[in-house]
Design a protein around this ligand. Structure first.
Ligand SMILES: Cc1cc2nc3c(=O)[nH]c(=O)nc-3n(C[C@H](O)[C@H](O)[C@H](O)COP(=O)(O)OP(=O)(O)OC[C@H]3O[C@@H](n4cnc5c(N)ncnc54)[C@H](O)[C@@H]3O)c2cc1C
Length: 416
């Protein structure tokens, strides 16, 4: 069984792992010269079931409208004539009722928890290195009112079994001593001791190397341009380097899945939501937080990755533009300097911007369209690192005709 996987981000490579393990002959195609060179390159690194709240909530419409009129570092909505943006926003708004937000959050949480276990099992089996740290994650709040709101918002996760401790500012500094010098800047936080962190780029590249040793073929610098079909079967993937024959195909192209999928009649409700990330060297600095987390007021995430310190922020609706300038990073660096003045060399930043493949519900899309051998694994949005290994297992189960180990209601293409 020759399976061609489209995309070598964390989703494509974990899928390749799962399928190779189950005996498929696997070929992975990607336009980049190496694996994980787009969104999976420089994300926040948080494996965070504790952050599974869906973005579409009753508060979201007001926040979106406000962002049209203010220059906000956290959320930037630029209105354009793009019909895909309007269609996505309409679906997003339909998911902003409290009932749907609750349903979508619980689905996300279940997948995140399942996926984290799958990640841990994969790491134990392969020994892949990824600067992982298993000390939990901290979600901190700057004032009492936001801490109270955070506790109320997160209650749904706690009630569903997510381990979560409420901390005052002394408690935050006890969990992460890097907060000693900035205690006064936070009112407290929520600590999820089971959450973890690591570098998804290092993980994906390391896993790709292991897959190559197992005979999986990676064809890099290869752009997918179309397909050859015969009735309800896709026979070949057409690329700028020639056609590739396949028994099965998995589409794992992140934000580009809808563009390529459209060539086969798929209507994938995935929209690119841009995020910014900056990586700083930590050599010579001794107060880098080991416990990653999120400043929930400024929506800035932080994460130590080996000898690097990563910050990410911003959800920007600006189509497929991945450009950036130093001014895009000023706010997140200011936040980090305030919380962690001695964490890293803030004068030596490496900047990056990339696109979260977001669905209106916040849950990914699996299953297939009208072509019986074309499978979908995409739309993991702001949590693709967390959801990758579980999504790979679900995809492999569906392809094998098995029932996935968790309920995938609402995540199967054409049934949402
Ligand atoms: C700022 C930021 C912070 C984030 N933080 C976290 C976090 O802390 N935790 C978490 O769980 N998730 C996080 N995420 C989300 C996570 O990074 C993504 O969900 C995940 O990387 C998506 O992986 P993917 O494989 O679907 O997409 P990608 O990594 O983008 O991979 C898609 C691949 O498809 C290839 N491709 C596209 N079109 C073509 C074509 N036509 N031909 C050939 N190849 C093509 C691309 O080259 C790319 O390699 C964050 C995202 C951002 C932007």
């Amino acid at each position: 069984m020759r399976t061609v996987i489209l995309g070598s981000g964390v989703i494509g490579v974990t899928t390749a792992w799962q399928l190779a393990r189950e005996g498929h002959e696997v070929v992975v195609l990607d336009r980049q010269p190496v694996a994980a060179n787009e969104t999976s390159y420089a994300n926040a690194g948080l494996v965070a079931p504790g952050h599974a709240l869906t973005w579409s909530s009753p508060r979201a419409p007001k926040i979106l409208i406000k962002s049209l009129f203010q220059d906000d570092q956290a959320l930037r909505l630029k209105l354009s004539a793009d019909p895909r943006l309007w269609s996505w926003c309409m679906k997003f708004l339909r998911n902003c009722t409290s009932e749907r937000a609750r349903r979508n959050t619980l689905r996300k949480l279940k997948l995140c928890v399942y996926s984290q276990t799958a990640l841990q099992e994969l790491v134990a089996e392969t020994g892949v290195e990824y600067d992982g740290i298993r000390k939990g994650l901290l979600y901190v709040y700057r004032d009492e009112a936001s801490l109270e709101r955070g506790i109320a918002n997160m209650a749904i996760l706690r009630e569903a079994g997510q381990r979560m401790e409420t901390l005052d500012r002394a408690g935050v500094a006890k969990v992460e001593p890097a907060f000693e010098s900035s205690r006064a800047a936070v009112a407290g936080g929520l600590y999820c001791p089971g959450d973890e962190q690591g570098d998804s780029n290092k993980f994906t590249c390391g896993l790709a190397e292991r897959l190559k040793q197992r005979g999986v073929e990676f064809r890099f610098s290869t752009t997918i341009t179309g397909f050859e079909t015969n009735r309800d079967k896709v026979e070949k993937v057409v690329t700028d380097k020639g056609a590739v024959a396949a028994d099965n195909i998995v589409i794992a192209l992140g934000s580009y899945s809808p563009i390529v999928g459209r060539k086969l009649g798929l209507r994938l409700p995935v929209y690119p939501i841009k995020g910014y990330s900056v990586t700083l060297p930590v050599d010579g600095y001794n107060a880098t937080p080991e416990v990653g987390g999120v400043d929930e007021n400024n929506l800035v995430a932080w994460c130590k990755m080996g000898e690097r310190f990563r910050l990410t922020a911003t959800a920007e609706f600006s189509g497929y533009d991945t450009g950036h300038s130093p001014s895009d990073f000023v706010g997140m660096i200011r936040t980090a300097r305030e919380l962690f003045p001695q964490a890293a060399d803030y004068e030596r930043p490496s900047y990056w911007a990339c696109l979260r493949p977001m669905t209106p519900e916040g849950t990914p899309i699996f299953g297939r369209g009208r072509h019986r051998n074309l499978w979908i694994n995409t739309g993991q949005g702001h949590m693709g690192w967390t959801m990758a290994c579980g999504s790979a297992r679900i995809t492999a189960d569906l392809m094998a005709g098995r029932s996935p180990e968790i309920d995938t209601t609402g995540m199967i293409y054409g049934t949402a």
